[in-house]
Each structure stands twice: as structure tokens, then as C-alpha cells.
Design a binder for this molecule. Structure first.
Ligand code: PLP
Length: 397
């Protein structure tokens, strides 16, 4: 047998792991309601027409070559303009690196920050690649607490306790996956102050930044004076183009503390050649074009959020916080016969035919919970909630 690397074999991705038992059921002809994967394009959302047209035109006009490793200049200018306007920051195209979506930005970042044994502070619970990628590069993901009763806001005191001499960065995901939390400005300021005290950069995953309900997203990049902030965003969520695999990272670094990290990221970008060329043309159209579509899409999402939030809280044995952003809800399993949240999710899958993701798959702080998406239309959510309610009533008899 030819052995694979332990590094690669150790990778876990809970969101897709539950797909295997689900497939077995589907093979038997059982119809499932899948509320596990956060892909809006699999539901009634799609990339705007002007972006699709620009993508097709780019291909037909012959933009099918290798581009610059840092990304198309015009696109980087459009990104810098967007971030300048949204966050009131002073950046140019040179402060932007275009990537194969936020996932590649994370690979670049952890690749550039970790030699072996360094620690990255991540929210607990957290989007799984933060755990998987930090480990893959030889680092240690260290979860800081987020406080469920306070809408899953980060616990900055706990964050402070988790800092050691090995800490290399503080990562925040806001709006958050899996909890749907939208971080308060006050908390973000505290995080920036803490990062400043320990001379750490803040990694800010802003992929859901315009997907908020009652509140508005605040980026730590808009609050920093000297602390380096690396912001990340892309086409997957707010432009509804998950499959195009395009995103970016931008650097706000008033005191040039990230010079070496940026040089390393440039090297990593060059050995992977370049981001998708025609998709970058479509991204320019997206960034410079109208975002009116977002209003209708957010209205749909809000209706679905309100519905699932109400139903879950009315159900026996389950309670939940209200998501303030993104399209995830992270309820708590208050009571029942299950030994773990994974056992709960598999029991629901086999008997209520609804597929969720177990909370422990999102690392520390996720235990005893499960994640549902609310991208599906209300009729579909209604059926899923009816099935779940019936199931809970039976199990809690
Ligand atoms: N970051 C967060 C917080 C996410 O939830 C996701 C996808 O669900 C990603 C990054 C991945 O984004 P991309 O499609 O840009 O790689």
C-alpha cells in the first residue's frame, strides 16, 4: 500500500461528511430535505445577469490566458475602490491579492504565517476549514469562546486568555458561519485593541458582509489605526457565484508590519500561477455594476430566517438564537436521548429525512448544537420543520 501523508489524511470536513450516509438513503429512494450546504445557487438565487454576460463575453473575446499572479489590475482597482468606500480605508490596487475564492486566501495566509506549532485564534464554533487548514500547515487552531446567550458575540476576555507567545493571528468570521452572529462595533474595537497590545494581525472573513438583517456589518479594517487587518471577501455569497471560485484579500497595514507576510503571499500566488482570468472580468462587472438584486434576495432570506427561527424556538427540546447575518442558524439541542449532536443529526436524517450538520463538526463550542441553512423556500422549510417537530415530540415522549 502506498501511504498518503498524515497531514492530508487528518483533514475532516463535517459539512460534507454527513453527505455519505445521506447518499445511502437516497440510493434506497428516500427523498431528503437537505439543509446542510450553504450554497445559495442550489436554491432560488443566482449570479446577476450582467456578471454572467461579462463572464461569457470574456471567454468569447479570448480572455482565456494566464493573467498576473496578483490578479487583474482593473479588478484590483475595483476591489480597492469598493473597500475604500465601504470601510473608509486608504488602500490601492497594490493592497489587493485576487484568489481562487476565500478558501485560497486562507491557504495563502496560513501558508505564510505558519512554520510549525504556531497558533491561530479562531472563533469557537468556526467554519471547518479554519481548523483543517491551520492544522494542515502544521499550526494549532485555538478556539476562543463565543457567547451563545449574547447572540454568539466573541468573548474578548477568553480571547485574551488564549494568547500565548506562539500566537500569530486573531481570526474573526463576521457575519459568522455557523452561528449567524453579527459582531458589535464595541466588540470589534476591543479585538483591535487586544491585537494591538500583542502585536498580532487580525484576519477578517467578510464573505457575508452585505448579508445582514437588522444591523450593518462593521469591518475591523475601518477601526484600526496601527493594527494590521487582512480582510477577505469574494463572489461566492453576496454575488451568488459559488462555483466561479473567485475572491480576494486586502491588506490594511498603516505601519507596514505585514511586509514580509505579503512577500510570502506573493510567492505563494506566483507558484499557483494566477486566478481564473474570465471570472475576474465577470468580477469587475459585478463590483462596478448594480447590486439592486441583493435587496430582493435579502428580503427572501429574511422571510426564511424569521420563519425557521420561530418554528425552531416553538419546538420541544430545541432553542435558538436569532441569526443577524448570513443564512445559517445554530440551534441548541436542549434535551433528548442522544449521546452526541452527531447521533442527533443521524437520527433526524434517518427518521425525519432532514439533513443538518452536527455542531461538533464546527469544532470547540459547537457541541450540543446543529446547523441548518435557511436558503430553501418557506414551503420547503415548513416541511422540514414539520418533520423535525413530529420527530422531537416522539423522541421526548
Ligand atoms: N469563509 C466562510 C466563513 C464561509 O462560510 C465560506 C463558505 O461557506 C467560505 C469562507 C468559503 O468561501 P469561498 O467560496 O470564497 O471559498
Amino acid at each position: 500500500m502506498i501511504h498518503a501523508s498524515k497531514r492530508a489524511m487528518g483533514i475532516e470536513y463535517a459539512i460534507r461528511d454527513v453527505v455519505l450516509p445521506a447518499r445511502e438513503l437516497e440510493k434506497k429512494g428516500i427523498k431528503l430535505i437537505k439543509l446542510n450546504i450553504g450554497d445559495p445557487v442550489k436554491f432560488d438565487f443566482d449570479a446577476p445577469e450582467h456578471m454572467k454576460k461579462a463572464y461569457c463575453e470574456a471567454i468569447m473575446e479570448g480572455h482565456n490566458y494566464y493573467g498576473d499572479s496578483e490578479g487583474d489590475k482593473e479588478l484590483r482597482e475595483a476591489i480597492a475602490e469598493r473597500e475604500r468606500k465601504k470601510n473608509g480605508i486608504d488602500i490601492t490596487a497594490d493592497d489587493v491579492q485576487v484568489t481562487a475564492a476565500v478558501t485560497e486566501a486562507l491557504q495563502f495566509l496560513f501558508g505564510a504565517l505558519i512554520d510549525g506549532g504556531e497558533e491561530i485564534l479562531i472563533p469557537g464554533p468556526s467554519y471547518p476549514p479554519y481548523v483543517g487548514l491551520v492544522k494542515f500547515y502544521g499550526g494549532v487552531p485555538k478556539a476562543y469562546r463565543t457567547i451563545e446567550e449574547e447572540g454568539w458575540q466573541p468573548d474578548v476576555d477568553d480571547m485574551r486568555k488564549k494568547i500565548t507567545e506562539k500566537t500569530r493571528a486573531i481570526a474573526i468570521i463576521n457575519p459568522n458561519n455557523p452561528t449567524g452572529a453579527l459582531y458589535e462595533k464595541k466588540t470589534l474595537k476591543e479585538i483591535i485593541d487586544l491585537a494591538g497590545e500583542y502585536e498580532l494581525p487580525v484576519i477578517s472573513d467578510e464573505i457575508y458582509d452585505l448579508m445582514t438583517y437588522e444591523g450593518k456589518h462593521v469591518s475591523p479594517s475601518s477601526l484600526t489605526k496601527d493594527v494590521p487587518v487582512i480582510g477577505m471577501n469574494g463572489l461566492s455569497k453576496i454575488y451568488f457565484a459559488t462555483g466561479w471560485r473567485l475572491g480576494y484579500m486586502y491588506f490594511v497595514d498603516p505601519e507596514n508590519k505585514l511586509a514580509e507576510v505579503r512577500e510570502a503571499i506573493g510567492k505563494l500566488a506566483r507558484i499557483r500561477l494566477c486566478p481564473n482570468t474570465p471570472a475576474q472580468k465577470a468580477a469587475i462587472a459585478g463590483l462596478r455594476g448594480s447590486m439592486d438584486y441583493l435587496e430582493e434576495y435579502m428580503a427572501k432570506l429574511k422571510e426564511r430566517r424569521d420563519y425557521i427561527y420561530k418554528r425552531l424556538n416553538e419546538m420541544p427540546g430545541i432553542s435558538t438564537q436569532k441569526p443577524e447575518g448570513a443564512f445559517y442558524i445554530f440551534p441548541k439541542i436542549e434535551e433528548g436521548p442522544w449521546k452526541s449532536d452527531k447521533e442527533f443529526v443521524l437520527d433526524v436524517l434517518h427518521n425525519a429525512h432532514v439533513l443538518f450538520v452536527h455542531g461538533s463538526g464546527f469544532g470547540e463550542g459547537g457541541e450540543g448544537h446543529f446547523r441548518s441553512i435557511f436558503l430553501a423556500p418557506v414551503e420547503v422549510l415548513e416541511k422540514a420543520m414539520d418533520n423535525l417537530e413530529k420527530f422531537m415530540k416522539e423522541r421526548l415522549k
